[in-house]
Each structure stands twice: as C-alpha cells, then as structure tokens.
Design a protein around this ligand. Structure first.
Ligand code: MGP
Length: 194
C-alpha cells in the first residue's frame, strides 16, 4: 500500500495483490469421455490450466469452465495439481467418489460452482482426503462426482459426503462407490450412502 500527501489530503493507493490459494488446482477436460471404437478411455483427456489465485479462478470459471457450455459426453474436472483424474493415478487408486445425478443444467452449473468454491476455499475438514470434482455432461442426466482418496475409511467419507450435501444444498440420498469396484464391474453398487 502506497501513501502520498497531496496538499492536506492523504491519498492511499492500494497495490493490488492477487489473493493466493492454499494450494494449486488444475482444470481438466475430456470432450469425448466415451471413446470412439478402438480408442482407449482418456485419450482425449487434457489438463487445461493450473492456477493458484482467486482472480485466476474467477476469470477461468466465467470465461470457460462451466459445464453447461460443454457438449454431451464431455467431462470437466477440477483436481489438485499433481493428481490426474483417473483411477490409475497413485493418489486416486485406493479411492472412490460421492456421486449425484442432476436433471437441470442450471442446477449442474450452480452445484459445480459451489463445489469449486468449497474446494479452493478449503472448506472440507478432511481437505487432504479430497482429490477433485468431475462434472459429466450427458444427454439425459448430468452427473457430479467428488473424488476422495481413502475409500476404505468410512468415517472420513461419511463426513465428506455430509458436508458436500450441505454445500450443494441436496437432501436426497447420495452414494459412494469405490474405484476398485468400477474397475471390475460396469454397474457399480454404492458402498456407502448418506
Ligand atoms: P464413468 O464415466 O466413471 O461411469 O466410467 P459412468 O459415469 O457411470 O458412465 P458414463 O457412461 O455416463 O460415462 C465409464 C467408463 O469409462 C468405465 O466403465 C471405464 O470403462 C471408463 N473409465 C472411466 N474412468 C473414470 C476411468 C478411469 O479413471 N480409468 C480407466 N481406465 N477407465 C475409466
């Protein structure tokens, strides 16, 4: 902050410092989450941008990263920097996800935004347990999933699930599935629900 004296008036000029986040986050996008025949899952998954200030977040969010701006079958992700949004990532591999299906695009955008703000604002007590969030834009029902790292720790997952429901203002039951189950079965039953 710089202070100048002009005559008798004191002029305070703010030096604008960006508001730094607790950690770095990356946006990812997969514009074709259902691969074309012969292509491997994830072949169109790309890291788009890594940021660590509030200002960058809002600029990116407003300009680009809203699920309703994407075409069906696209996935958009916000993950901690250094973690890839894949079951195979060493941090995600023993984890799982809380998921919710959403019928209205406006609700998807709003819940996505509330979740992003909670993540970058470190609102979860178990912040170290969180990997990131994925919005899946689909023709019929969109989905939002919060990925966490230690699926076997039921108490931690229940606490995260409860908090997430408050954040996105959901009262219906949500389910938690293990990535290990998703790897081996197409139709996965939730292991926990809240
Ligand atoms: P999904 O997108 O997690 O399931 O996985 P969903 O949301 O029930 O289905 P969708 O049809 O609406 O997308 C769908 C399929 O994508 C899985 O059965 C896998 O074949 C593949 N897949 C998804 N993920 C997140 C991964 C991953 O992390 N690694 C690998 N190898 N395949 C994945």
């Amino acid at each position: 902050m710089a202070t100048e004296i002009e005559g008798s008036a004191v002029v305070v000029a703010e030096t604008k410092q960006p508001h730094r986040l607790e950690r770095k986050w990356s946006f990812w996008c997969d514009i074709q989450s259902k691969p074309k025949p012969g292509a491997a899952w994830g072949s169109s998954l790309r890291k788009i941008y890594t940021f660590d200030t509030v200002e960058e977040f809002w600029c990116l969010h407003d300009q680009t990263f809203q699920p309703s701006k994407l075409s069906p079958n696209a996935d958009i992700h916000l993950f901690k920097e250094g973690i890839e949004p894949k079951w195979e990532d060493p941090v995600c591999t023993g984890g799982g996800k809380w998921s919710i299906t959403i019928n209205r695009k406006e609700s998807l955008d709003l819940m996505w935004q509330e979740t992003l703000m909670a993540l970058i604002g470190e609102q979860f007590d178990e912040a170290d347990e969180i990997c990131g969030v994925v919005a899946s834009v689909r023709k019929n029902q969109d989905k939002l999933a919060l990925w966490t790292r230690t699926a076997a720790n039921e108490a931690v997952q229940m606490s995260i699930g409860k908090k997430w429901k408050e954040i996105i203002d959901v009262t219906d039951k949500i389910n938690y599935s293990f990535h290990d189950d998703s790897k081996s079965q197409r139709s996965v039953k939730g292991r926990y629900s809240i």
